[in-house]
Design a protein around this ligand. Structure first.
Ligand SMILES: Nc1ncnc2c1ncn2[C@@H]1O[C@H](COP(=O)(O)OP(=O)(O)OP(=O)(O)O)[C@@H](O)[C@H]1O
Length: 248
């Protein structure tokens, strides 16, 4: 079968302004070729979305960037360094953090312990500073900080998962399907939380199949289908394809 055509809008060649660069990334699970020669870039402070249906390969890309699944080919560069074979812990120390698909908060731990679990290597002063910012940004977190995270709604758990990823002030935040299973109100709350992250100057890479809310947050985006890029460009350039078919 012929490979689908990749429509690629012209990107300015500014490699020195690049935070993360995937260069022909491949991810395989045995015989399943989940991600095929994927090349994308995230600049400092930029928000990029990766739109695709179930099984398109979004989680595989996010997990490969965090080092949670190995790259079968290609290169992952971060701040100009090849991190393709680095451990997840060293990537976290370098400033990459993930809010995984399904949030995965620790249901029996308190909200505060969940948030602090993202910053266990920090000094007490830094952790207190992170908590203070989080509680100012999300006052309801402060009010319920001793409550088990498992008692929260899906939307609230998503915000805790984002807060946990933010404790160490990462340079790059990876959000894997942050809107999955959320109500419209919870999507709006999660979007507001992501905007606060953006205001602090962090770069964000969002994988989503709910294109509409994700596109509202992004500068650039990519449409992924069965592991390959179908279109890349500004949000305006990818909008029609991202919103079409069964991505919603
Ligand atoms: N651990 C695994 N073992 C085998 N195949 C896998 C594994 N994880 C993912 N896959 C396959 O890789 C492909 C891409 O999956 P991936 O989870 O990356 O897609 P996705 O776009 O994140 O989808 P979803 O929205 O369902 O999470 C799919 O065909 C999936 O079945």
């Amino acid at each position: 079968m012929a490979s689908p055509t990749v429509e690629r809008a012209a990107e300015p060649a500014t490699p020195t302004d690049t935070l993360l660069e995937l260069d022909r990334l491949d991810v395989r699970y045995g015989g399943v070729h989940a991600v095929q020669e994927l090349s994308i870039r995230v600049r400092p402070g930029e928000t990029v979305v990766l739109i695709g249906a179930n099984g398109a390969g979004k989680s595989s890309v996010i997990n490969a960037i965090m080092g949670l699944v190995p790259a079968a080919g290609g290169q992952i560069r971060y701040l100009g360094q090849d991190i393709t074979r680095s451990s997840p812990a060293s990537r976290a120390r370098a400033g990459i953090r993930i809010s995984p698909e399904g949030r995965r908060v620790f249901a029996h731990l308190s909200i505060e312990d969940n948030i602090l679990s993202g910053g266990y290597t920090l000094s007490k002063a830094k952790r207190d500073e992170a908590l203070a910012w989080m509680y100012e940004a999300f006052p309801w977190l402060a009010a319920r900080r001793k409550a088990p995270a498992g008692t929260l709604s899906g939307g609230q758990q998503q915000i805790v998962a984002i807060a946990r990823a933010l404790t160490a002030s990462p340079k790059l935040l990876l959000l894997d399907e942050p809107f999955l299973g959320l109500s419209p109100v919870a999507i709006a709350d999660t979007s507001a939380a992501i905007r606060l992250v953006q205001e602090r100057g962090m770069a964000v890479l969002i994988s989503e199949q709910m294109a509409r809310p994700a596109l509202k947050l992004a500068d650039h985006g990519h449409v992924l289908r069965t592991g390959t890029l179908r279109r890349s460009g500004t949000v305006a350039e990818i909008r029609d394809l991202a919103l079409s078919e069964d991505y919603l």
